[in-house]
Design a protein around this ligand. Structure first.
Ligand code: ATP
Ligand code: MG
Length: 429
């Protein structure tokens, strides 16, 4: 195929054989969020470029080198959203729904775009489910976010394969004091730092902490620790969070090097990581951003949120073979009809059954065909039962009911009794 007719590198089709698992995952998360009282919000996929520069920060990887930015026909600079928080904050401010201290517990789902090097678990169009809470400033809500994700891992059967890493970045004042101490220390060891870290030291020194370079890591062993710079308020908040995780029995690891890629975090930051996916091990990440709304022109409004990567979590379900059996079957019953008269009767009968059993997955054979070919299609569809309408059945106003998965003989069921019979033998998902 010519190059112009291929998908863009790092942007993937999700094929019909994969969508059942995606829908199962998305449905499980949506139900859980409903149950905890979160409401869905849907923002546009494109925003003014300025929004991301202002919120994410000019000297982050995303803004410096990962954004899909273009000029539209009016000459406005627009960007495909690289993450959801910025647009969510923009939306709540624009509609005034966090004013006067109103609490909002919101979630969203959809594609995000970053020009990164595509590899397993890292794509240029990827999908996130994200969540943001506004106007709650205590550790109780930070804990709720983590508890919810912990429950999710349990429901998905992947809890044993993920680990919670936790850190506090403190208030902006304590972070400022820490930054000074860190810069002073790193400047004293400037020559031993890798090039990237030397650059970051000038632009975004906290990011030096999550370097992958071994020499720089060695320098960091004796560097000042954020924990020693936390003010009383941040310290109390962090202790409050840990006490709640302990109360529910959620294990965590303190990781003083966890700083997150974005500029806007304060106090709590966390990541759920796994060693089952190779290098792209973070499946869910988030934290508190009490200064962001103000930075974007709103009144001071505490906020906390997280986002999880759907591709990575779906990969995990596949890797750990945590795919529920029922999602692979998409047809319950397959109706075969032979001859035009039977075809018409079958069509009407199928609609009657669907009226009574709206959740039944009933597929009617299309494209006619011999007994053998229709039967083959019925079997291949994965259906549990075939319904058969031929000359004999038409004469007696019955339908042949044949189990396809080995359980029992074919029987004849009267048309009027078909829906009731199906209701007893098909467990509807
Ligand atoms: P990473 O360190 O893997 O680059 P990040 O810190 O850039 O992640 P966030 O901006 O916090 O990621 O996004 C939240 C989650 O979205 C990540 O934990 C990950 O699961 C997922 N994610 C981020 N970037 C990508 C990508 N390019 N492809 C697939 N999933 C991604
Ligand atoms: Mg990244």
């Amino acid at each position: 195929m010519s190059k112009s007719l291929q998908a863009i590198r790092g942007m993937n089709d999700i094929l019909p054989e994969q969508t059942p698992l995606w829908r199962y995952f998305e449905g499980t998360v949506a139900r859980l969020l409903d149950n905890y009282g979160y409401k869905q919000i849907r923002m546009p996929i494109v925003e003014f470029t300025e929004l991301f520069k202002r919120s994410i920060g000019e000297v982050t990887d995303i803004v410096e080198k990962e954004m899909y930015t273009f000029e539209d026909r009016n000459g406005d600079s627009l960007t495909l959203r690289p993450e959801g928080t910025a647009a969510c904050v923009r939306a709540v401010l624009e509609h005034g729904i966090t004013g006067g201290g109103q609490v909002q517990k919101l979630w969203y789902i959809g594609p995000m775009f970053r020009h990164e090097r595509p590899q397993k678990g890292r794509y240029r169009q990827f999908h996130q489910i994200g969540l943001e809470v506004f106007n709650l400033d205590g550790p109780d809500i930070d804990a709720e976010l983590i508890i919810m994700t912990w429950r999710l891992w349990g429901e998905l059967g992947i809890r044993d394969a993920v680990k919670l890493e936790l850190n506090s970045l403190g208030t902006s004042e304590s972070r400022g004091r820490y930054r000074e101490a860190l810069v002073e220390y790193l400047l004293a060891h400037h020559d031993k730092l890798d090039e990237d870290s030397q650059r970051r030291l000038k632009t975004n020194p906290l990011r030096v902490l999550d370097t992958k370079n071994a020499d720089t890591q060695a320098v960091l062993v004796d560097a000042p620790k954020m924990a020693d710079y936390l003010d009383d308020e941040s310290r109390a908040h962090f202790e409050g969070l840990k006490a709640r995780l302990d109360a529910v029995g959620i294990p965590y690891v303190l990781n003083p090097k966890l700083v997150r890629g974005l500029d806007y975090y304060s106090k709590t930051v966390f990541e759920w990581v796994t060693d089952k996916l190779g290098a792209q091990g973070t499946v869910c990440a988030g934290g508190r951003y009490d200064g962001l709304v103000e930075q974007m022109g709103g009144k001071p409004t505490p906020g906390v949120g997280f986002a999880m990567g759907i591709e990575r979590l779906v990969l995990m379900l596949e890797t750990l073979e945590q795919i529920p059996q029922e999602i692979s079957r998409q047809v319950d019953v397959y109706l075969c009809a032979f001859g035009e008269e039977a075809e018409l009767a079958g069509l009407a009968l199928a609609e009657r059954v669907r009226n009574e059993l709206p959740n039944l997955r009933l597929q009617v054979n299309a494209g006619a065909g011999s007994f053998k070919s229709q039967f083959k299609k019925a079997d291949k569809s994965g259906a549990l039962y075939a319904l058969i309408l031929g000359d004999d059945e038409m004469a007696q106003q019955v339908v042949g009911f044949k189990p396809l998965r080995g359980q029992g003989e074919q029987q004849s069921i009267a048309w009027d009794a078909l829906a009731a019979h199906l209701a007893t033998c098909v467990v509807q998902g």
